[in-house]
Design a protein around this ligand. Structure first.
Ligand code: GUN
Length: 296
């Protein structure tokens, strides 16, 4: 079987058309969604993500501001900045890019963001709502994975989904979203991680495999069964003398080998990445609707 390539750029584009049209209608009623993105330090990957988030806001017609703090910024400075934006009605969403420098407590920072402005869905209140299945801002990457499955005709209902990775940003929440008794979910989910025994035995049982372990090309062809649907969340830079700049991006899946067995697979780049940012836009617009009681 040679896989269908799930084109995240195309899917994201069609959702963005919907969002853009909605923002235009909101603006006619004087409602302008606003997002502030805060980044601390110089992490190269984070810089790229933050730039893309700002560009997506411009594309959608969302008001946005990016605050860049030096790596030496204190936790108190960051917390008081969050307080300022919690109070500012111009901003419906606040996003603090992770990871943070080691001297700043991620837990304290995420707790400080007003849960109503937590468009990342990382505040424990929103995490709790997600777990019990009540309405919440869902974390952008897991939500993007779910949308990508649905819009590519791969409804997870009743399927065995194997998640590789247990991070708070991807592994845990994607598992949580897909086990819900809900439309677009209803999957049987197994979570595997670095301490899982007989990993390949489990991954071979997957109808849908979600790879989010942060290890380049970790998933090999002998770890999947024929006809699997593969969602690759990994973003890894590996050296490649033949590539421009001497390196290239790869996922957590050995794409060229696995695509020969899969029914469908996402590429890296151009798979999950564009969906993450699109879901952030969606959450920001949702926050603005709630804050302005805009019903459309
Ligand atoms: N770092 C990697 N992914 C994310 C994300 O979705 N949100 C934030 N805030 N930081 C991240």
């Amino acid at each position: 079987m040679v896989a269908t390539i799930i084109n995240g750029n195309e899917v994201a584009k069609s959702i963005r058309v919907e969002i853009k049209a909605e923002v235009a209608r909101m603006k006619q009623d004087g409602v302008v969604p606003g997002l502030v993105v805060i980044i601390v330090g110089e992490d190269a990957a984070s810089q790229v993500y933050v730039r893309k988030k700002g560009e997506a806001c411009v594309e959608m017609g969302i008001h946005s501001e990016t605050i860049r703090l030096p790596a030496s910024a204190t936790e108190a400075e960051l917390l008081s900045l969050i307080d300022k934006y919690n109070k500012d009605p111009m901003y419906d969403g606040i996003l603090v890019q992770l990871p943070l420098p080691k001297h700043i407590s991620e837990e304290k920072v995420l707790l400080r963001i007003d849960p109503g402005k937590d468009v990342d869905g990382f505040h424990p209140i929103n995490v709790g709502k997600m777990v019990v299945g009540s309405e919440a801002y869902l974390p952008c990457t897991p939500h993007g994975v779910q949308e990508l499955l649905l819009r590519s005709g791969n409804d997870p209902a009743g399927k065995h989904v194997v998640v590789l990775g247990r991070s708070n940003i991807v592994g845990k929440p994607v598992a949580c979203i897909l086990i819900q008794k809900a439309k677009g979910a209803d999957a049987t989910v197994t979570i595997c991680h670095s301490r899982t025994k007989n990993l390949a035995e489990i991954t071979r049982q997957a109808d849908i495999l979600i790879a989010a372990i942060g290890s380049p090309q970790f998933v090999k062809a002998d770890m999947v069964r024929d006809g699997v649907v593969v969602i690759d969340v990994g973003v890894n830079r590996i050296s490649d003398p033949a590539a421009k700049g001497g390196c290239r991006l790869v996922g957590d899946v050995d794409f060229d080998a696995v695509k020969e067995k899969a029914k469908a697979i996402t590429p890296v780049p151009g798979g999950v990445g564009p969906m993450t940012i699109t879901m952030l836009m969606k959450n920001t617009v949702q926050a603005a609707k709630i804050h302005h009681s805009w019903k459309g």
